[in-house]
Design a protein around this ligand. Structure first.
Ligand code: ARG
Length: 470
């Protein structure tokens, strides 16, 4: 960061009036947030323009003064985006850095900008404005991920693979059905983000330090200008509130959980033993020592990210707990976790989406795995119930014996002969052999939400309507 001439100056220009000494160099590094809150500059300027326009509408400053403030702020925006702005840690944060520069550019009129507001309502407003945009981007990227998953499930709506519980083969499912499971999870994630955005969308500005202000301000005007649904109702709550950030970070934690579970499946599926999918080469890396390796690094990192994403949530919750009303400098600790969560959750979604787009299932390997683990055992038990009127618990027991027989013969249920099965349940006839077939098992799962390919096709149509339209 470039140093400004202010760094050599004695008392703080913005609040140094009642001080006879300048702050210790030690506190400066602890106290300043400009290193990370400069990311908010666009929102800070947006908020200041709306605020000063309102001040002029309310005749608290003149129209001319507003226009001068606005043009100064626009110049500052350019300076920062062109990397020509000298940030100073003495000026603590983005709010004071901008205000100080405004006075440098337009002179004393700039000193009127901070009328009827405080950094407490300003910072809450800036974070909300920034986070609101980020939520929109993240929500859209989840929608794109859903689209890619739906495309995959359309292509593989009837591709057979083992479905697992306890990571043991359970029952056959289709790859398309498996992809749609994630479509549902990301659908709920989008809902949570939008819900949190709705609650977040109240304007804190105009609450001033904590008690409101005696100036005749119009908070509805500012709320309108900045696209908030309304001003916050209570000035103390408005400056003390970071619920919105915690909600965002919990919603992000759930996204991270979902992505991490998916990533773990990709790691398992792409391992030598499973070999169910080929990950796109450009999302894997080689080993510097073992020439044969193709490591699923992207998936592994997505699997690991909940570590920091939960950490960020816990960090802000811990900062806020026990904090008395209203603002405390503690709250400055909100920004780094929020920014880190936004950055990482975005990265993970984008990587996952790109990876899934190019993933190639290996049907033979999935079929091979279906030959192990007796995935149609439940179908056999159900057959005994439906055709021989054997109570389910007993049918379960008899099927267990048939599985044991197949295991001793080192074969699959599908490859048992009628005689084999009759040695356990003498009354069965040839029709039993049909239910042991993997394909038949899958096609029979036609209950609502089940894996039968014709259901999957319907579910895809539904998912498109529910998640991609509008
Ligand atoms: N940099 C501060 C923060 O991020 C801005 C608000 C400071 N307010 C105050 N009264 N010191 O929280």
């Amino acid at each position: 960061m470039k140093k400004s001439s202010l760094d050599k100056q004695k008392n703080n220009k913005m609040w140094g009036g009642r001080f006879s000494t300048s702050p210790s160099e030690l506190i400066e590094e602890l106290n300043s947030s400009i290193q990370f809150d400069q990311i908010l500059y666009i929102e800070d300027i947006e908020g200041s323009i709306a605020h000063s326009e309102m001040l002029s509408e309310q005749n608290i400053i003149s129209k001319k003064e507003f226009l001068s403030i606005k043009s100064g702020l626009e110049q500052i925006k350019k300076e920062i985006s062109n990397n020509e702005f000298n940030f100073s840690t003495k000026l603590e944060d983005i709010h004071m850095n901008i205000e100080n520069r405004l006075v440098e550019i337009i002179g004393d009129i700039g000193k009127k900008l901070h009328t009827a507001r405080s950094r407490n309502d300003q910072v809450a407003t800036d974070i909300k404005l920034w986070l609101r945009k980020k939520i929109d981007v993240i929500e859209l990227s989840l929608k794109n991920l859903q689209r890619t998953l739906i495309e995959k499930s359309e292509k593989y709506y009837d591709l057979l693979m083992p479905g697992y519980t306890h990571l043991q083969v359970g029952q056959p499912v289709t790859f398309g059905h498996h992809m749609l499971a994630y479509v549902e999870m990301f659908g709920r994630d989008r809902g949570r983000l939008l819900d949190c955005r709705k609650r977040m969308n109240e304007l804190p500005l105009g609450s001033a330090a904590l008690a409101g202000t005696s100036y005749p301000i119009d908070r509805h005007f500012v709320a309108d200008k900045l696209g908030f649904s309304k001003p916050t109702e209570n000035s103390m709550d408005a400056v003390a509130d970071r619920d919105f950030a915690i909600e965002f970070m919990s919603a992000s934690s759930l996204i991270a959980i979902h992505l991490s579970r998916f990533a773990e499946e990709l790691v398992i599926w792409s391992s030598d033993r499973f070999n169910f999918v080929k990950l796109p080469e450009n999302f894997t890396t080689g080993s510097s020592i073992m020439p044969q390796k193709r490591n699923p690094d992207a998936a592994e990192l997505i699997r690991a990210k909940p570590g920091r994403i939960f950490g960020n949530l816990i960090s802000l919750m811990t900062v806020l707990k026990g904090l008395p009303m209203t603002y405390g400098k503690d709250m400055q600790e909100d920004k780094e976790p929020i920014i880190d969560t936004v950055k990482n959750i975005e990265l993970c979604i984008l990587n996952m989406e790109a990876m899934i787009g190019d993933i190639e299932p290996i049907p033979e390997k999935m079929m091979e795995a279906l030959q192990e683990g007796f995935p149609t055992a439940t179908d056999l038990a159900d057959y005994l119930v439906k055709n021989l009127k054997i109570p389910f618990r007993e049918a379960h027991h008899l099927t267990g014996k048939i599985v044991l027989l197949a295991e001793t013969k080192m074969t699959s249920l599908e490859n048992l002969t009628l005689e084999d099965i009759q040695s356990v349940v003498p009354k069965v006839d040839l029709t039993v052999l049909d239910v042991l077939k993997i394909q038949n098992s899958v096609s029979s799962r036609t209950s609502y939400g089940g894996t039968a390919p014709k259901n999957v096709l319907k579910a895809i149509k539904n998912a498109k309507k529910r998640f991609l339209e509008g």
